[in-house]
Design a binder for this molecule. Sequence first.
Ligand code: XMP
Length: 525
Amino acid sequence: LVLILDFGSQYTHLITRRIRSLSVFSVCISGTSSLKSIADLNPSVIILSGGPHSVHAPNAPCFPDGFIKYVESNGVFVLGICYGLQLIVQRLGGEVRVGDKQEYGRMEIEVNKACGLFGSKRVGHRQVVWMSHGDEAVRLPNGFEVLARSDQGSVAAVENPARRFYGLQYHPEVTHSPEGMETLRYFLFDVCGVTAGWKMEDVLNEEIKAIKGMVGAEDHVICALSGGVDSTVAATLVHKAIGDRLHCVFVDNGLLRYKERERVMETCDQDLHLPVTCVDATEQFLSKLKGVVDPEMKRKIIGKEFISIFDAFAQDLDNKLGKRPAYLVQGTLYPDVIESCPPPGSGSTHSHTIKSHHNVGGLPKDMKLKLIEPLKLLFKDEVRELGRILEVPVAFLKRHPFPGPGLAVRVLGDVTEGNALEILRQVDEIFIQSIKDAGIYDSIWQAFAVFLPVRSVGVQGDQRTHSHVVALRAVTSQDGMTADWYNFEHKFLDDVARKICNTVRGVNRVVQDITSKPPSTIEWE
Ligand code: XMP
């Protein structure tokens, strides 16, 4: 196992992903975790991440007391990246100073010793790297050697092979350091002797074994299935482990996309053979949403209704089985886990935003269910791979994200007004189907239509109309945190707009949203 100690760098997750992409299992925990948490994971290599701090700051985060003794007596290799390098240098008796020449962005380094970290024949003497530091190592601890310097003369790489300490001042994990990945690969396999062999099949088998060991033979498990990738893969995996003692519930809240309920139920039934109860709660949701125009209020109402339905589902099972379900499956992903406990002082705040999204349709606190979170060590692309192994249809795995509150945040204003929801469903379906037909669905992070609470004047046939306006939104993004608008070809937009106005009664105008996030958000509410 390669353990990453996180000191708050924005690139820490990227290190974890890069190492996993080499088929080596890696996990990331807070840099200030206890020595016991570190030792329990029994790592053969530890990477100290970068971070926004100076090692001289009063509360600069640091590995726990006894860390150096632990790694040396257990033969653990340690690689410090940026702040991690500075920690090593400072804690082993060298000196780190506030640099007079800060280095940010693209820089060049000169390797003066092509061994150790730079032993790979595939990396050059001169390398372009991505730097992001103010402080610099000015005196190395005894036994350490400089392997490379930046063009400005500052230390770019160090090592002490006898003590198994290594350090890079730049970020090898980002693509702006083109030779960084090869440097990491060489370090892990050739310097540390790590063996590759971590496969998604192993993850699957280990998870199934763990679930079988955890859930008692008489225990029942419930799962709220949204039809999204995460909950579907999680449910499929748990079903493989415990069979029909898993009970899934899918809620039709009247805010779903065109034929969504039928599509999800059909996939669960015919492709995945998952036991799913479909609850039609359209009336319950829409009656509570009547007259509500405030977006946050809509979210709160929807969350509350989900909880009451879920509670009733658990109670029904209790009545039927004579036993309350003991466990709850959640499709929590690794970024949610890490981001929910950012390292001290890391300034990470977006975790809260992500969490509140995931809590939509959240669960009553008094359900006393134990959690099964089989995806909690995986990233989204890894979940998709796991889904493929579990034979979840590929088209399903590639679906664009859909928000928990559904079309309620895409019909601006009162969702129950007129036939707004029905119009939106039809428009959205035409838009999405056209995107699929054009072969560009997979290049887009998310695409959807929005129903605007305004009417505009038009002329259709020889009639003057006063009808609805819809907006089309399509964005590219890596993670939904930032996004850019997708630039369709004019012909495509022209065709879609015509088709919408000619097919959907009540719409006489189509506009396109061409704002990025920020300043906008992806959804309109
Ligand atoms: P925004 O609109 O905040 O959206 O830029 C970022 C991503 O999150 C999704 N989203 C939500 N997902 N519950 C969810 O489960 C929500 O309340 C919610 N709001 C936005 C949005 O679709 C996009 O993928």
